[in-house]
Design a protein around this ligand. Structure first.
Ligand code: NM2
Length: 503
């Protein structure tokens, strides 16, 4: 699978290398037509996923314990588990968007709201909370539940994505359809990881350049990616408990410290108040935001933002499913659902409320024209300018760069880990894949996206995420059907044996 997948990626990238100009135009129109044609399908997934997960969490299915040995204690403590889940699914994007997403919306508004008005501070922040909220975490949670159930309860090898579609597709998964599904897992990771690299690296680069007093450059971006690769390659070599777990703890400490510091030295009362306002707006308008395609106004806003975000989360979802399965031994289905939906949302909301609220205050008090910087120089430049306004900014920019690197590293580390699992034949519960295999994937998931990024640019990576997300969208629906079907079958079989025994 390894070499073959790499060849496919190179074959797809080749036209871009040979015809960069034509390639770019084609990619732009492809992104537009994909997001406009399938907007309703992308919007329907998180709604269906939330309904499905809430149903499981509220019924007896939620009590099912994910373990072959029902008496065995959980492999990771609850707090390590939450940190690892959160940091596998979130990378540098969080800091970047939390601080700046509102500023994009402030200038290009949804629902026909007048741009650059005070109302847009609340609406802009609420939209950010929505894009990283329960709908998004529900996308991650569906494969996590499906794969965990199949692995721990049905005791099947889940490192083939197709296995979790069997209940919906039957014998089809044993043929070419199954092979196609299995490859989508790898391409999902590559597209999503490349988008994260493309967005995250400039932010780290600009923070470093600003501390050193030099101009950001390509060489620096490459050095940053190499530094990041070194961090997660070492961590990956150390294995799950010593590597990813420790890296996650370190990452949490640095990023939470940054957020608390901003809350303390910034206008705390305003930040908290605005947080309440925007959470209120997001809750009140949840359905409206979840179903808005703007078919009449044709602004293109929901396609460029919401649909793209959902596609990006979907591209990461199968990897999250496998990773969460691997670390969830001993948890119940309800714990996994609530842990991801509640703590995931709370974690991202904390960043959006504090870092975003601080940025909004800068704009309102005319200390810094964040929205203008975002729209002229981009989000990475804006977040660095925002950090520069804080007392002790040099130290904070260093912390921002470090946190950016470890945030990327925790995601890439976990991704390399599951890719190694997926390409190792039959791994038992708790077993780790070969070190050389893990290191191979570390290399592939940075070098390949990096090369593609330089050839095709960020837009091509975003388009790649959307393209792989389309079949993955169907796969996630199949996973919900499979899980429900298996759970009902198993429940019926259990009831039958109980009745049989009592007779
Ligand atoms: N998601 C959560 O760069 C990142 O933060 C990775 C992005 C899919 C929007 C995750």
């Amino acid at each position: 699978m390894q070499i073959f997948s790499i060849l496919i990626v190179i074959a797809v990238a080749l036209p871009l290398i040979l015809l960069p100009e034509e390639g770019k135009g084609f990619i732009d129109s492809l992104f537009k037509s994909m997001t406009h044609t399938f907007d309703f399908a992308f919007l329907s997934l998180p709604l269906a996923a939330m309904g499905f997960l809430i149903y499981l969490a509220c019924t007896r299915y939620g009590d099912i314990k994910l373990s072959a040995d029902q008496a065995a204690p959980a492999e990771f403590s609850r707090s390590s588990w939450i940190m690892m889940v959160f940091l596998a699914g979130i990378a540098t994007g969080l800091m970047l968007w939390a601080g700046t997403e509102w500023a994009y919306h402030y200038a290009w508004t949804p629902f026909g709201i007048e741009p650059k008005t005070t109302e847009m501070y609340v609406v802009g922040q609420a939209y950010g909370l929505f894009h990283w909220g329960p709908s998004a975490w529900a996308i991650y949670c569906v494969p996590a539940i499906a794969m965990s159930y199949i692995y721990y309860v049905r005791k099947k090898h889940i490192y083939n994505l197709s296995e979790s579609c069997r209940g919906a597709l039957g014998g089809l998964v044993d043929g070419p359809v199954g092979t196609f599904i299995n490859y989508m897992f790898l391409f999902g990771i590559l597209g999503a990881a490349a988008t994260s690299l493309g967005l995250g690296t400039p932010m780290i680069g600009m923070a470093v350049a600003s501390v050193l007093g030099i101009e950001p450059s390509l060489t620096m971006d490459i050095s940053i990616i190499l530094a990041c690769t070194a961090v997660f390659t070492i961590s990956s070599g150390l294995g799950l408990a010593k590597g990813i777990k420790r890296l996650s703890i370190f990452s949490t400490v640095v990023t939470v410290a940054i957020v608390l510091y901003i809350l303390m030295v910034g206008p705390s009362k305003f930040i908290i108040g605005l947080g309440f306002d925007s959470v209120g707006y997001a809750v009140e308008n949840f359905i409206k935001m979840s179903t808005w395609t703007d078919s009449v106004g044709q602004s293109g806003f929901p396609q460029a933002w919401t649909v793209f975000y959902w596609a990006w989360w979907i591209a990461y979802a199968p990897f999250m499913g496998m990773f969460v399965t691997r670390i969830s031994q001993g948890r119940t289905i309800r714990e996994v659902i609530l842990g991801m939906l509640v703590f995931g949302t709370a974690g991202t909301a904390m960043f959006y409320i504090v870092v975003g609220g601080y940025g909004i205050d800068l704009q309102m008090t005319e200390t810094l024209a964040v929205s203008e910087i975002v729209n002229s120089k981009g989000g990475a430049a804006a977040i660095v300018e925002i950090f520069k306004t804080l007392p002790g900014s040099t130290l904070l920019l260093i912390a921002l760069a470090v946190s950016g690197i470890v945030l990327l590293a925790t995601t890439f580390d976990s991704a390399a880990y599951v890719l190694a699992c997926a390409t190792s034949s039959e791994l038992g519960e708790g077993q780790e894949p070969e070190k050389s295999n893990r290191l191979f994937w570390c290399f592939v998931i940075t070098i390949l996206p990096l090369a593609l990024l330089f050839v095709g640019g960020l837009k091509s990576m975003q388009t790649a995420s959307v393209i792989v997300a389309l079949p993955l969208l169907l796969i996630l629906f199949c996973m919900m059907i499979t899980t429900m079907r298996y759970m009902m079958e198993d429940r019926a079989a259990e009831e039958a044996t109980r009745i049989g025994r009592s007779q």
